[in-house]
Design a protein around this ligand. Structure first.
Ligand code: CP3
Length: 354
């Protein structure tokens, strides 16, 4: 394998010195790039795009052609695991992801297969290998998975949810069923992420989008416990390099210490957390990723730059900051504003690394 030309993303995650603060961006709920829309139309639908290694590689690389990003995130989705387990994932325009066969009871959960990621999710590994080849050592590739709790919310609610009543009903009236599901998911996530690492992902991230809808105690029991197990079981070194792992729970500002205590390398922060506060609380244990409000990208350039400066000031001097939006980019953000954001991080962060 060729040496990495730009490894500041990986160095920052390991809290090593860098020249400028690295930045990357997730597009998730955003079809903000016209070239993405064109490739998606060529593929036909979202899952066909995920399952075609060449096209998935193409959309992974598109943001890197426009912007000076320090890492690439694999184009895929967190819902590939439940889809591979047989739930029948589909996307309805404007309504987000849905499942044809959501889980309703213990019997459904008992029937779920244990996945062999190289088989049922072989298309993801093919995409990882294709992207690594095409990146050609320029920047590292981020692999990812959903957390067991977040995947379980989609599998039980049947899609996106506001109140999470179905999964909470199971959590509080039939906890042994939910724990069996979370256990199966944790085992699948471990196999899935380790397969991504073996295929070439240089860092991995676990997205726990919905952990923050739980009480502190229930977060520990139904979400963090399983992410801890995942962190303990991941391949942390590959090809002679450390493979940093980042945990992100949305709305988890109250629980940063316990997330950092899992032994992960970095903690992703949404914009409701104050960067200086997070650094004081856990900055001696982990790197911090974040955390500009994605809606700031609607603002004029000067306001975006001001916000970048405030977040950089919040982290202050020292190692271990990866700049990022606090969540995925919105679909109607002008791409030029994303460029203002990325360039501002690089330009304004120089004095913090002297
Ligand atoms: C909850 C969740 C999902 N997917 C993901 C999460 C966790 C992160 C988070 O908290 O947002 C993660 C995700 N989804 C996608 C990526 C790939 C990386 C990237 O391109 O940014 C990643 C990292 C592609 C995608 N996944 C999706 C898109 C947009 C789809 C499109 O082209 O229509 C992309 C680029 C679809 C998706 N997939 C999901 C949702 C809620 C949606 C939005 C549906 C909609 O907007 O109608 C499930």
């Amino acid at each position: 394998m060729q040496p990495l030309q730009n490894d500041r993303y990986l160095r920052a995650l390991l809290r090593q010195p860098v020249d400028i603060t690295p930045v990357w961006m997730m597009r998730q709920a955003g079809r903000y790039l016209p070239e993405y829309k064109a490739t998606r139309a060529e593929a036909g639908d979202f899952m066909s795009l995920c399952k075609n290694a060449e096209l998935a590689c193409e959309v992974t690389l598109q943001p890197l052609r426009r912007f000076d990003l320090d890492a690439a995130i694999l184009f895929s989705d967190i819902l590939t695991i439940p889809d591979a387990m047989g739930l029948g994932l589909y996307f309805e325009t404007g309504e987000g992801p849905k499942f044809e066969r959501p889980l309703t009871c213990m019997a459904d959960i008992k029937k779920l297969p244990v996945l062999d990621p190289e088989v049922e999710l072989g298309y993801v590994m093919n995409a990882v290998r294709t992207v690594r080849k095409n990146l050609n050592g320029t920047v590292p590739l981020i692999g990812f998975s959903g957390s067991p709790w977040t995947l379980a919310t989609y599998m039980i609610e049947g899609g996106s949810s506001k109140a999470f009543t179905k999964i909470k009903k199971m959590a509080f009236s039939e906890p042994q069923a939910l724990h069996l599901l979370l256990d199966k998911l944790a085992d699948s996530v471990i196999l899935y992420l380790n397969a991504q690492i073996a295929a070439g992902a240089q860092s991995v991230m676990v997205f726990d989008t919905w952990g923050g809808v739980l009480s502190g105690r229930d977060y520990q029991e139904f979400s963090l416990q399983y992410m801890h197990k995942i962190v303990d079981s991941l391949t942390r070194e590959n090809d002679g390099r450390k493979v940093p792992v980042t945990l992100f729970t949305k709305n988890a500002g109250l629980w940063l210490e316990s997330i950092a205590a899992t032994g992960c390398d970095a903690v992703g922060l949404d914009w409701t957390v104050d960067m200086a506060d997070a650094k004081a609380r856990i900055g001696d244990k982990v790197a911090l990723q974040g955390n500009m409000d994605p809606s700031m990208l609607y603002a004029p350039a000067a306001r975006i730059e001001q916000e970048v400066q405030l977040i950089l000031d919040g982290f202050g001097k020292g190692n271990g900051h990866v700049f990022n939006l606090g969540h995925g980019i919105h679909l109607d953000v002008p791409p030029d504003n994303a460029k203002v954001f990325i360039d501002a991080v690089h330009k304004l962060s120089k004095p913090f690394h002297q």
